[in-house]
Design a protein around this ligand. Structure first.
Ligand SMILES: CC(=O)[C@@H](O)[C@H](O)COP(=O)(O)O
Ligand SMILES: NCC(=O)COP(=O)(O)O
Length: 252
């Protein structure tokens, strides 16, 4: 029996376009509804400290109006913890943030922040929020995730995706993919639920979707970009089909 592979659609960059003019259009909540109708299993939204895209009001409306599970991406700060505890989303993914970054660069340093993260994971978990840690595919970070009590990790696929656009599946891509495969197996061995995301596209999703111990992919920027050309419904449905085909091929 093939394991379910969920698709979380990240709608951050609908808000990026909206904020370009400061008005209400395009509405990230409308995008979330369309993604749900197209087959998304969850909605991911990153409330950054600088609010460059998703706003506090977006999170409030997503929590109140969307039927799908909401995965709130957040920095490990008291401000974000209070917001998460107020809205109690299905899940919260703790991600590193730097004001000057264009997008998320590396994974969360769980090894170097055990005490603070243990407290945060406990507080959110006690409120019924499923906590995920966004980490590099590294054994030491996986072991630290267990040590701080996180039930879920999300493996950062950015290095793999960047490698692909450097050598189109060559040796560097294969090296980065092997890191993800190895980490996903280790996550299973450690009893961690394993997700993956960042930078995934139609060209890079299949090898990651084939990793059977991964149960959720969070994909955003590429889908919103594709939506400009083919519509969000079509983009989500195509990504869903690629994921299903990859998983079916593994279990055939
Ligand atoms: C953690 C991650 O890879 C993304 O989910 C994150 O949201 C990227 O940040 P931007 O959406 O601001 O690019
Ligand atoms: N955590 C990854 C995510 O939510 C989406 O990342 P991206 O596809 O926007 O790079």
């Amino acid at each position: 029996m093939a394991r379910t592979l969920r698709l979380g659609v990240n709608i951050d960059h609908v808000a990026t376009i909206r904020n370009a003019r400061g008005g209400p259009h395009p509405d990230p909540v409308r995008a979330a509804r369309l993604a749900a109708q197209a087959g998304a299993d969850g909605i991911t939204a990153h409330l950054r400290e600088d609010r460059r895209h998703i706003s506090d009001a977006d999170i409030e409306r997503l929590a109140d109006e969307i039927s799908l599970p909401l995965n709130l991406e957040m920095a490990a700060t008291d401000e974000m913890a209070a917001i998460a505890l107020r809205h109690r989303p299905h899940a919260a993914c703790i991600v590193p943030e730097k004001r000057e970054e264009r997008t998320t660069e590396g994974g969360l340093d769980v090894v170097g922040n055990r005490k603070a993260l243990r407290d945060l994971v406990a507080r959110l978990g006690e409120a019924g929020i499923r906590v995920s840690l966004f980490i590099e595919p590294e054994a030491r970070q996986l072991e630290a995730a267990v040590a701080v009590g996180a039930p879920v990790v999300e493996l950062h696929t950015g290095a793999y995706c960047e490698a692909y656009f450097g050598d189109y599946g060559g040796s560097e891509t294969q090296r980065e993919l092997r890191r993800i495969v190895t980490a996903a197996a280790e996550a299973e061995r450690l009893g961690l639920e394993c997700h993956a995301g960042h930078g995934l596209t139609f060209d890079t999703v299949t090898p990651v979707a084939e990793i059977e111990t991964i149960v959720e992919l969070n994909i955003g920027h590429f889908l919103i970009g594709e939506a400009i050309f083919s519509g969000l419904d079509s983009a989500v449905k195509r990504m869903r089909a690629l994921m299903d085909d990859a998983r079916a091929a593994r279990t055939a």
